[in-house]
Design a protein. Structure first.
Length: 162
């Protein structure tokens, strides 16, 4: 009959060094963050005109500027009508995220403010936000109808495209 020593498993240490586990965790987290950044930064970005959109034209256009107001909130201004469209609401964080992404691209390229973005409702009901200085156009519908609707409120009173 084999004798089992209860302390036998405690006699040698099979633990992996903590520094190795931390290093592996950092490596995995870094890879995930890089992949997520790449995916998010390319979602909805139209860098070149797609042939399928050749027959599509702008229906409504609004020139917008986003600026931090004295109250600390991000305000949206219609540049052409010189009209404050109001501060962003709490549920409109998607607007701040999109503007931050475009601002980051401008900073990478060394472009100066003031930054004016063009919000366009197309005849096929796509909605895009474009930074004409960088040529980056974001298809806002690619992020879901709810996020697209957040930008739709800025079209109230927009001038028809000419």
């Amino acid at each position: 009959m084999a004798r089992h020593d209860a302390n036998m498993s405690d006699s040698h240490d099979d633990k992996i060094p903590q520094s190795l586990l931390v290093g592996a965790g950092v490596l995995i987290a870094s890879c995930l963050l890089l992949v997520a950044y790449h995916q998010i930064s390319n979602i909805g970005v139209e860098r070149e005109a797609h042939p399928a959109f050749a027959t599509v034209s702008p229906k409504l256009v609004r020139q917008l500027q986003f600026d931090n107001g004295p109250d600390g909130a991000l305000h949206v201004f219609d540049v052409v009508q010189k009209k404050d469209l109001g501060p962003l609401q709490e549920e409109e964080g998607f607007v701040r995220a999109v503007v931050s992404g475009l601002t980051f691209e401008r900073q990478k390229r060394g472009l100066e403010d003031p930054t004016v973005y063009q919000l366009v409702l197309w005849t096929d009901d796509r909605l895009s936000l474009e930074d004409q200085a960088t040529g980056i156009r974001i298809n806002l519908g690619a992020f879901g109808q709810g996020n697209k609707d957040v930008f739709n409120r800025f079209l109230a009173g927009a001038a028809p495209a000419t």
